[in-house]
Design a protein around this ligand. Sequence first.
Ligand SMILES: C[S@@+](CC[C@H](N)C(=O)[O-])C[C@H]1O[C@@H](n2cnc3c(N)ncnc32)[C@H](O)[C@@H]1O
Length: 230
Amino acid sequence: MVNNIIQQQIEYYRARAGEYDEWFYRQGRYNRGEELNARWFNEVDILKSALHQLGKFNNILELASGTGIWTQELLTIGDKITAIDASQEVIEINRYKLNSPKVEYRQVDLFAWEPNAEYDLVFFSFWLSHVPPESIDVFLQKVYKSVRVGGKVFIIDSRFEPTSTANNHTLKDDGNVYISRKLNDGQEYQIVKVFYQPEQLYNKLTQAGFQPDVKVTDNYFIYATGTKVV
Ligand SMILES: C[S@@+](CC[C@H](N)C(=O)[O-])C[C@H]1O[C@@H](n2cnc3c(N)ncnc32)[C@H](O)[C@@H]1O
């Protein structure tokens, strides 16, 4: 069951690559009107300033880097970015948009990933919520291993807010982590989506060995910094 969902999830993002950015930029099915869109972008600005407040880094690892929405921010704070994603389709969009010799791309399934280097910052946005709950501890241990002592992890993800998703997706508050997502052409996939409460994320990061600081924006986002002190 879980392996099947992980594969469907990869296939979903491969098929969605060309329409992915509509979600973040509130276009098409994700356009929720002027007021809600403005709310979304104001909260995105809070995330961006929190990220920029971390300072500058030599080496950054971005996990599930997607089409480059956040890779482009990382480029402004890092000398070198290693960007990992399972989908060659999204990697090609990211590469085309950023066109930067500072980014090195790797096509890797994060459930098979074995960290082999340490970075000053490990970043992932809208990825933790797609990790099945039974795999999160192992995943965060790998993240811990890939951060150098004194380095940081920075995480951004979704809060439970029905207007964050497409207008033909139903977000149910029933604790079910397997949900259905549609492409613009109606094709449907099952994926994992877990909405973390701040204290849950705080506990998970502490358990992994980080010193965490977890915050939320008013509606849409949860974000966290974790420092590796030993
Ligand atoms: C919700 S998107 C987030 C993308 C990007 N971080 C952002 O904020 O726009 C999830 C990303 O995870 C990637 N992905 C899905 N399953 C994966 C896996 N098993 N290993 C690595 N990446 C995966 C998808 O290709 C997609 O780019």
